[in-house]
Design a binder for this molecule. Structure first.
Ligand SMILES: NC(=O)c1ccc[n+]([C@@H]2O[C@H](COP(=O)([O-])OP(=O)(O)OC[C@H]3O[C@@H](n4cnc5c(N)ncnc54)[C@H](O)[C@@H]3O)[C@@H](O)[C@H]2O)c1
Length: 447
């Protein structure tokens, strides 16, 4: 059962293209999360701060037996891009550069933002693809115009092509606002139907899908930090596979859902029942304002509600989880800014049905939790693009770890349990590097 490779180079690892040259990061929406991500990377590059919360930067991976004592840093074991090689650009519906937008978001201390000003103010947004029908609370002024949605997609493709000339590889990440709730429709069912819909300005195609279509058409991997439908449709899954442009799930798993996908697996592992889970949040940033619109909230609500059902599997454990009352609320409360407070009241029951309660009060910083996720997704999607075994499968299920709504092949239920997701991610890294998987069986120690 030993690991012969011990983290050394293997045939499988040899096939991964090296991360040489510059990695261009195209960010859609330069708001609180995006500016915290970009400023954070620059602060780390300058040695001013540490990349806390980032698995790619601080995480280790065990190779071989526990007794081998071989746990290299992930970034030294797997060929991911170096932070010094990241180059940023993006789009926004407002003209503010990243310095102005970071100052407006008030996530980072003024001192830090001022220190980084010369770098941050060089990143100026390109005009966005935007339509207020899809985000009611925003009124964009820095937007592209075109004769139809296809024309807009072509303009985004031209932006990508121009950026590609200045860097070696490109990844796109949506850090834009939450769009209204859209159900998959006929226009989403095939690439042909989607392209026809672009011509006819089909209402089922949201701006996020125009960016994603442009990225995938250019062979560029695409990540989605918001709960929008975006690439969760047959047309774009197919395009992702056709053009070897990896995609993953949606909606950064940061605060409350992160806690849910930690606590729920624990209750299930101990066979403790749950009768109710009430979650409420107060949030005062622009994201909170957008989510105050019922149509955008519905998109978020669906994403936040999904996890429990999949973790608890009520069909397998009807006595424990069949009748859970699960409610999620988000209230816009400006005084808190980006510092969200999320409360959870969990009604559980134990031996012989006796009830108990758990209260969680998470005073979190939304964008501080989201920024390292954005970084890791960008670096791992770029790795997937350079890995022959991963690049043409489309959906990268191993990145579920980072997302409230993991994406899976049709007919496959998503894994929401954070610890299963973490194991899946690390085993995928071991696998592509040609190392033995770790199953935690451990019988070999007792031979
Ligand atoms: N912070 C978190 O913990 C967290 C967690 C999960 C998901 N998210 C999601 O991430 C997204 C960003 O969050 P945020 O706090 O940075 O919000 P934000 O409002 O500060 O930033 C969003 C930015 O996107 C821009 N935008 C909107 N539509 C656009 C378009 N079509 N093209 C280009 N730009 C566009 C807005 O002008 C704004 O600058 C939201 O959808 C949010 O729900 C955040």
């Amino acid at each position: 059962m030993g690991n012969e490779q011990q983290g050394g180079t293997t045939t499988a690892a040899n096939k991964i293209e090296p991360a040489t040259g510059k990695l261009g990061v195209m960010v859609v929406g330069l708001g609180a999360v995006a500016t915290t991500f970009i400023a954070g990377v620059e602060a780390v590059r300058r040695g001013i701060a540490k990349p806390i919360g980032s698995l790619t930067q601080m995480g280790t991976i065990r190779l071989g037996k526990r007794t081998d004592n071989n746990s290299p840093l992930i970034r030294e074991y797997v060929p991911i891009a170096q932070l010094n090689d990241l180059v940023f650009t993006g789009w926004d519906i407002f003209e503010d550069n990243v310095y102005e937008s970071a100052a407006h978001a008030k996530v980072l201390d003024k001192d830090l933002v001022e220190q980084l000003k010369p770098f941050l103010e060089t990143i100026k947004p390109l005009p966005a693809v935007f339509d207020q029908y899809y985000v009611k609370r925003l009124h964009g002024t820095h937007v592209k115009t075109g004769k139809n949605k296809r024309d807009l997609a072509e303009q985004v493709r031209a932006d990508i092509q121009a950026f590609k000339k200045t860097v070696d590889r490109v990844v796109m990440i949506w850090c834009g606002s939450t769009e209204i709730f859209l159900e998959p429709a006929a226009v989403h069912q095939s690439i042909e139907a989607f392209e026809k819909g672009l011509e006819t300005d089909d209402i089922g195609i949201a701006p996020s899908q125009i960016y994603a279509y442009a990225a995938l058409s250019e062979g560029v991997p695409f990540a989605n930090g918001a709960p929008n439908l975006t690439v969760d449709i047959p047309a774009l899954i197919e395009l992702s596979k056709r053009n070897s442009a990896p995609i993953c799930g949606k909606d950064f798993k940061t605060g409350q859902t992160f806690m849910k996908t930690v606590l729920a697996p624990a209750f299930k592992a101990r066979l403790l029942g749950v009768s109710g889970w009430y979650s409420t949040n107060i949030l005062g940033n622009r994201d909170g304002e957008v989510l105050d619109d019922p149509e955008s909230f519905k998109t978020k609500e669906e994403s936040k509600l999904g996890s429990l059902d999949y973790i608890f599997q009520p069909e397998l454990y009807p006595d424990l989880y069949k009748d859970i009352f699960h409610k999620v609320r988000i209230n816009y409360y400006p005084p808190r800014g980006d510092n969200k407070e999320g409360w959870d009241n969990i009604d559980i029951f134990g031996w012989l049905g006796y009830p108990m309660q758990i209260k969680v009060d998470f005073l979190c910083r939304d964008s501080i939790l989201a920024a390292p996720i954005a970084l890791d997704l960008v670096l791992f999607l770029d790795l997937a693009k350079r890995t022959p075994e991963l690049r043409s499968i489309g959906i990268q299920e191993w990145l579920s770890f980072y997302l409230k709504s993991p994406q899976t092949r049709e007919g496959l239920y998503p894994e929401h349990d954070l610890f299963i997701q973490s194991m899946k991610l690390k085993n995928t890294l071991r696998h592509i590097m040609g190392a033995d998987l770790i199953t935690h069986l451990g019988l070999e120690y007792y031979d």
